[in-house]
Ligand binder design. Structure first.
Ligand SMILES: *Cc1c(COP(=O)(O)O)cnc(C)c1O
Length: 410
């Protein structure tokens, strides 16, 4: 292969700006609403609630802050066990711990790489006292929402839906983030649309929306002086950030179309290799295709081991592994990233429960373990790789990325 190293780095997912953003920021500046109050916030809250099809969207400083207030609203208390998605970004789970909850991780299914409803049902058999479930729609692909919702209802559990990566994705025509009793989206710089930072809590309950507005602005009571009856937080969205989000919102659908085209081009370009792309329910769901990922067939995997901070692999003819592909792409200044390392494999959560569809399990090793049903999260982590899915990647650039990936299978 004789491609040049890209002069400008090809990113996994970087902000894509359009120009309106700066006009709304300028408007905030000109009118001196350089604060956590202002028209940009009001508009963003109105437009997002309308787009998502929920009654209230509350603008907050980050997705993580939104998740934190979601845990508080849901009533998670010190010592409560909480069922959580296992393959996700740590921000899904950390807020559970902020409130004193104890995450129990639920294994992943192969159909959408999200929380396995069979393992979730199993978990309720093992821990019938649990009253909260926190699930993510990974990489913009909706989980099995009907099944998860039904299991939560059956056991009287509150569902918190982390749609930080899946804004604009739908399941049976309904937006992700609205299946949970409480939903959360994020406007972090790498998300499908961005404010540089920012997040929102979605709810249909006015009382909840009002509580979140109050908590996020230091829990001030209605009095002439600073009067407090509850602990507060400084979690409100800035009107400057909201200006960026407001300028991005009209471009959500366009971003999704670009991401979908990138995903489909990978799928087509890799179709004769022993890999699949991160799968989704093609009948019931329309992902936002935030990140395209590949999964290498078991029998095309060369040996690969990962310590806590270093990977090693042994090259074999005709076989490869995520580490080889990632290192080769990096030589050409192309970013890729391992699948989010499962929470049950993280040192910080080593003592927490982990439930697979076969019952309670525990990660004993970081080494590659094959076999369906053993530990799906670990298996996807070992065989999967997130591919560069930046909106601005051109078809020509993507063809080079595909050629580099193909060369790893030689
Ligand atoms: C980005 C992300 C978050 C956190 O959002 P921030 O706005 O960065 O705080 C939460 N959950 C998932 C799954 C994410 O990808």
């Amino acid at each position: 292969m004789n491609f040049e190293r890209f002069e400008n780095k090809i990113w996994l997912s970087s902000p894509t700006m359009h120009g309106e953003e700066i006009e709304y920021v300028q408007e905030a500046y000109n009118t001196n609403w350089v604060s956590t109050i202002g028209k940009n916030i009001d508009e963003v809250e109105r437009i997002v609630a309308e787009k998502m099809g929920c009654k209230y969207a509350v603008g907050l400083s980050t997705g993580t802050a939104s998740l934190h207030l979601a845990m508080k609203l849901a009533g998670i208390k010190k010592g409560d066990k909480v069922f959580c998605s296992d393959v996700t970004f740590a921000a899904t789970v950390n807020p559970v711990v902020y409130e004193g909850g104890v995450p129990i991780f639920i294994d992943t299914e192969y159909d959408t790489w999200n929380m396995d409803p069979v393992a979730l049902e199993k978990a309720f058999e093992l821990y019938p006292e649990v009253k909260h479930v926190v699930m993510v729609n990974l990489y913009g692909i909706p989980g099995k929402m009907d099944e998860i919702r039904a299991i939560c209802d059956k056991h009287g559990a509150i569902l918190i839906e982390d749609a930080a990566e899946s804004m604009g994705a739908t399941y049976k025509g309904r937006q992700t983030g609205t299946f949970g009793d409480i939903g959360v989206i994020s406007f972090n710089g790498n998300k499908i649309i961005t404010g540089s930072a920012g997040g929102m809590l979605l709810t249909n309950d006015l009382e909840q929306a009002n509580k979140v507005r109050k908590w996020s602005t230091q829990s001030r009571e209605n009095a002439p002086w600073y009067q407090h009856e509850e602990i507060g937080y400084n979690y409100r969205m800035s009107n400057i950030i909201a200006g960026v989000v407001r300028g991005q919102l009209p471009h959500l659908e366009e971003h999704i179309a670009q991401k979908k085209a990138i995903y489909m081009r990978y799928k087509e370009g890799l179709k004769d290799l022993p890999v699949i792309m991160n799968p989704y329910d093609e009948v019931n769901s329309e992902p936002n295709f935030w990140l395209g990922c590949l999964l290498i067939d078991e029998d095309a995997m060369c040996k690969q081991v990962r310590s806590d901070n270093e990977p090693l692999f042994v090259k074999e003819k005709g076989k490869t592994c995520p580490t080889e592909i990632m290192e080769k792409l990096a030589l050409y200044n192309i970013e890729s990233r391992p699948i989010w390392k499962p929470m049950h494999m993280q040192p910080i959560f080593r003592m927490n429960g982990f439930v697979t569809r076969n019952g309670e399990g525990r990660a004993m090793t970081n080494a590659y373990i094959a076999g369906e049903g053993v530990d799906v999260g670990m298996d996807i982590f070992n065989r999967g790789l997130c591919l560069p899915s930046d909106n601005k990647i051109t078809p020509e650039q993507q063809d080079i990325i595909i050629a580099i990936i193909r060369s790893c299978f030689e």
